[in-house]
Ligand binder design. Sequence first.
Ligand code: AGP
Length: 606
Amino acid sequence: MCGIIGVLTDRPAAPLMLDALKRLEYRGYDSAGIATLVNGGLDRRRAAGKIAALEAVLDAHPLAGVSGIGHTRWATHGPPTEANAHPHVAGRVAVVHNGIIENHAALKEVLIAEGVRFDSATDTEVVAHLLDRAIAAGRRPEEAMAAVMPRLRGAFAFVVLIEGEEDLLLAARRASPLAIGLGEGEAFVGSDATAMAPLTRRIIYLEDGDWAVVRRTGTSVFQEDGAPVKRPERVSSISGALIGKGNYRHFMEKEIHDQPEAIAHTLHAVIDPGTGTSTLPSPLDAPNVSKITVLAAGTSYYAGLTARYWFESLAGVPCEVELASEFRDRDAVLPKDGVAIAVSQSGESLDTLMALRHAKALGQKVLALVNVPESTIAREADGVLLTRAGPEFGVASTKAFTAQLTAFCALAVALGEVRGHLPAARVTALREALAALPARAGEVLHDDDRFHPIAQELSRARDVLYLGRGLSYPIALEGALKLKEITYIHAEGYAAGEMKHGPIALIDEHVPVVIVAPSDGWFEKTASNMAEVRARGGRVILLTDPDGAARLGEGADHVVVLPAVDPVVSPILYALPVQILAYLAAVEKGTDADQPRNLAKSVTVE
Ligand code: AGP
C-alpha cells in the first residue's frame, strides 16, 4: 500500500505534492518520489526513506513544473531503494502505483522477450512499459489505457503522467482506493480526500474497475469495459488543516492521551447524552438479527474479539469474529438475517473490504464501524457507525481501538435492551459505567509516571508474554501486538488458561509476563495462572484494580492499580496501560513509535 497524488495546476506542483505526500505518509513511508513535466519533458526526484529524505533531495535539486505525480511507498515487490521508488518511467510514461499487479511476472516475461529493459524490481514498471509501448505504437493515451487495463490483474490503483501531455493525468482503480479532486481550472487525483483537502473538497470517488481521463477542464470516467460512466461529485467534510502533535513527543503519545475524549464522543454516537437512550444503527436495528459476524484485521480484530463476549452475554446474539484475510478462504456458512460488522480504523484495509464484499455476497447486511467517514468501507456498507476518535496518525492504533470497544459495548447494551435480554436496571448501570469511563481513563493517564520502571524492564526483554481470561484475553493479545509493532520485541498474548498447554515452557526469570486481571468472574482462575508463572521464576507485571491488588499484589513484581470499574467495561480501561507500556518501552529503546519499520497505517494490499 502506498499513497498517490497527481496534480494539474498552474502553481508549482512539487510543493503541493510534497504536502499531500505528508498527509499520505500513513499509507507507507519507506521511499518517496515525484515527477513533473518541465517544458513538456519528464523530470523526477526520488529518495529511499521517509518523506523528509525526499524533501531534502528537493531542497538540493528543486523540481519545476505545474503538472505532476507523487508517491509514498510501502514496499511489496523489491526492497525500499531509490531505484524501486516511484514514479517509474518508461519512455514517455511515468506511473505511480498502489497495490499489486498480480500477473506482473508473466507480463514482464513477454516484455523482456520483446526487448524491454527493466530498471526496477517492482511490479509497477510493467504498467509504465505497457502504456509506453501502446502510445509508441500510435495509440492516443486514452486508447492505450483502454488497451492495457484488461491485461492487468490484481487489486491496484495508479496514476499516469505522459511526456508532452501538460493537461492530462490517467487514473485507474481496481479495489485500491482512488479519488479525483475538482478545482477551479485545476484537477487532482489522490489516494484519499485527506491528501487533497487543502487543494479542494469537491471529490469524485472512482468505483471498482473505473479508469479516468483527468484534465483541468473536466474528467471523463470509464468502466472496465471502456463504457463511459458518470460518478457523483461529493463535497468532502475532511479538513485541510494538518494536525500537530501538540506538546507530545509522538502522535502515539498524543493519541493515547486523546482517549478520554475519543471514548466520550464515541459514546454519544450510540447513546443520546440528553435522553440517555440509544438508537441502533441500520442494519443492526432489524427486529430479528440472527447472528453477528465481525470482520476485521489487527487491532480492529481484537476489538471484535472483545465484542463477541458483549454481544453474546449482554444481548444473547450469536457472534463470530473473523480475520478478514482468512474469511474468504473458508466456506463460511452464514444464516438468513445475519448482520456483518466490518471494523476498521482507516476504512481502507483491503482485507476487510474484501471480507465485507464476500459477506454481502453471502446475503449478509453490513454495518461499517469505521473512524474515517468517507472511507471505502463506509461507502460500501449498508449502514455506518462512526467511531469519533478523530484522526489517528500513529501506526499503532490506540484511541481508535478504545473507541471501537466503546461503540461495541454501547451497541451490545442497546441490543440487549431492545431484545429484552438485559433487565432495565442493568441497562442503566452499564450505561452509567460507560459514561464514567472518560473520567476513569483520565485518572489512568494522569498517573503515568509509575509505568516508567516497568517499561524499562520490558524494553530490555527479548520475549514478553501477556495473559488474560475472558474479556481480558483480547487485551492481552492487543498488548502483545502493541509491544511487537513499535519495539520489535517478541511478544505473545495468550488466554491465561491456555498457558499450561504449552507456552508455560517459555517462562523463566528473563521473561516478563503481563497479566491483565481486573477483579471479575475470571479473577480466581487467572490468579492460579499467575501462581504457575511465579512457581517457574517468571516476573509478573499485574494490571488490576484495588480489590485485585489487595488479593494478589504481593505475588507480583510490579502491580499497576487501575480504578475499579464494572468488569463488563474493564477492557476499555485496561487497553490504556498496555498501550502506555508499549509506548514507553519504544521511547526507552529509541525506536520510532509513530512510524515503526516495515509497517504502514493503512494496509491496502491483500
Ligand atoms: C494496529 O496497531 C495495527 N497497526 C494494525 O493491526 C491495524 O489495526 C490493522 O492494520 C487494521 O487497520 P484498520 O483498523 O485501519 O482496518
